[in-house]
Ligand binder design. Structure first.
Ligand code: FE2
Length: 148
């Protein structure tokens, strides 16, 4: 597969990852228990809003490149690197730790996209994905600080 096709596939896989991630964030948003509820429950709303914007931005970037974004749950599940979780009660440490791990996995996916984008000198995709990666690095730092 050439680098352009590989880049398109990786961007599409990332869209799938983000859909699974959003479902997991909902899971924690709903099933959270414990004293941190009133802090973490609304905070997860904010992260879901960010993820929604990221999904849309990456999909629209694919369209600008005359490609089609993945747009089916079945396809997302086939390509994602994230693992779905059952619907059950999660305490704050379980939720924050799982989200922290997912952000780290998503960042590895982002780094693959950036490497491919660089080979193609695709500056607009690089700018978009770099911004998302920088935000994830911030979340990884903050979630890590919370867990420490
Ligand atoms: Fe809600």
């Amino acid at each position: 597969m050439d680098n352009r096709k590989e880049l398109i596939l990786q961007m599409n896989k990332f869209i799938g990852d983000l859909h699974i991630f959003k479902t997991k964030l909902h899971n924690f948003h709903w099933n959270l228990v414990g004293e941190q509820f009133f802090v973490l429950h609304p905070m997860l709303d904010e992260i879901m809003a960010e993820v929604d914007l990221q999904i849309d931005s990456v999909a629209e970037r694919l369209l600008m490149k005359k490609e089609r974004p993945f747009a089916s749950l079945d396809v997302y599940l086939k390509h994602t690197i994230l693992q779905e979780l059952e619907s059950k009660a999660y305490n704050s440490r379980e939720a924050v730790s799982a989200i922290h791990e997912d952000f780290k996995l998503l960042l590895t996916e982002i780094n693959i996209i950036l490497k491919l984008g660089e080979t193609l000198d695709d500056q607009e995709t690089l700018a978009l994905i770099t911004d998302i990666g920088a935000l994830y690095q911030k979340h990884i730092w903050m979630f890590g600080a919370w867990l420490a």
